[in-house]
Ligand binder design. Structure first.
Ligand code: SAH
Length: 219
C-alpha cells in the first residue's frame, strides 16, 4: 500500500497537481478544496487496472454498477457545501469508494457516511483507515432515512440522485444547514443547494449534472 500511495508517473503528485490546475480553470476557487484534492491520492480509490486514469476528468467504474464521481463534480459539490462557512457535522449519502468522503473528512470536523451496498462501504472504511482518516462514521443503510442518531447536521451531501428529496433528509437539517444534492430522473438531473432557514428552505439550482440514481433499500 505504501508504494501505491506514493504513486509514480500517471499517479504521482505532479499528475494530481495538473488535475488541480484543470479544476481551477474549470472555475473551482476554494483554495482549501484545491489543496485537499492535491493531497488525497485519488488513484488508490480505483482498481489498479484503472489507476493511470484516476486523474482524468471522468467518472470511473468502482464495481456493483457504481462509479467514482469525476474530480470536477467532487470539487464543485464540496465548494458549494462549504461556501457559507465552516461545517462541523456532515452527512454524506453514497460513500461509494470513499473518495468524496476522504475529501470531506479533511475539511470538516466529523463526517457520517451512509452507503446501501455493504462491500463498497466496507472497502471504503478500510481504505480511509489506512489513509489515517479516522473522523468518519460509516453505516450500511438506505440513505433515504438519513442517520437520525447523529442528526441534526450542518451539512448534507448526496452522491446519488433521487427524483424527489427524501423528507427525512430535510428533517435532519439544522437551521443554517446546507444540503448539496442532485435531483431528477436519469439523464436530466440538476444539482441543488438547499439551505434551511428559520422560515423554511431556500432552494437554488446550480447546474445540470449526471449521477447514478438514488435507490431505495439496501443492496
Ligand atoms: N462519492 C462516491 C460516489 C459513488 S456513486 C464516490 O466518489 O465513489 C453513488 C453511491 O451512492 C453508490 O455507491 C450507490 O450505491 C450509493 N447510493 C445510491 N442510493 C443510495 C441510498 N439510498 N442510500 C445510500 N447509498 C446510496
Amino acid at each position: 500500500m505504501k508504494q501505491r500511495l506514493q504513486g509514480a508517473g500517471m499517479t504521482s503528485r505532479r499528475t494530481r497537481e495538473r488535475m488541480v490546475s484543470r479544476l481551477r480553470s474549470q472555475g473551482i476557487l476554494n483554495a482549501k478544496v484545491l489543496a485537499v484534492m492535491a493531497e488525497i491520492p485519488r488513484h488508490v480509490f480505483v482498481d489498479e487496472a484503472l489507476e493511470s486514469r484516476a486523474y482524468e476528468d471522468t467518472a470511473l467504474p468502482i464495481g456493483h454498477n457504481q462509479t467514482i464521481s469525476q474530480p470536477y463534480i467532487v470539487a464543485k459539490m464540496t465548494e458549494l457545501l462549504l461556501e457559507k462557512g465552516p461545517l462541523t457535522k456532515v452527512l454524506e449519502i453514497g460513500t461509494g469508494c470513499g473518495y468524496q468522503t476522504a475529501i470531506l473528512a479533511k475539511l470538516v470536523d466529523q463526517v457520517y457516511s451512509v452507503e446501501r451496498i455493504a462491500p463498497l462501504m466496507k472497502k471504503a472504511r478500510d481504505l480511509l483507515w489506512e489513509l489515517d482518516i479516522k473522523s468518519v462514521g460509516f453505516k450500511h443503510s438506505d440513505g433515504g432515512w438519513g442517520w437520525p442518531d447523529h442528526a441534526p447536521f450542518d451539512g448534507i451531501l448526496a452522491a446519488a440522485a433521487p427524483t424527489e428529496i427524501p423528507e427525512a433528509l430535510l428533517q435532519q437539517m439544522a437551521i443554517g444547514c446546507v444540503m448539496v444534492i442532485p435531483v431528477g430522473h436519469e439523464g436530466r438531473q440538476e444539482l441543488h443547494r438547499i439551505i434551511r432557514t428559520e422560515n423554511g428552505f431556500e432552494d437554488e439550482v446550480v447546474e445540470r449534472v449526471t449521477f447514478v440514481p438514488f435507490l431505495t433499500g439496501v443492496g
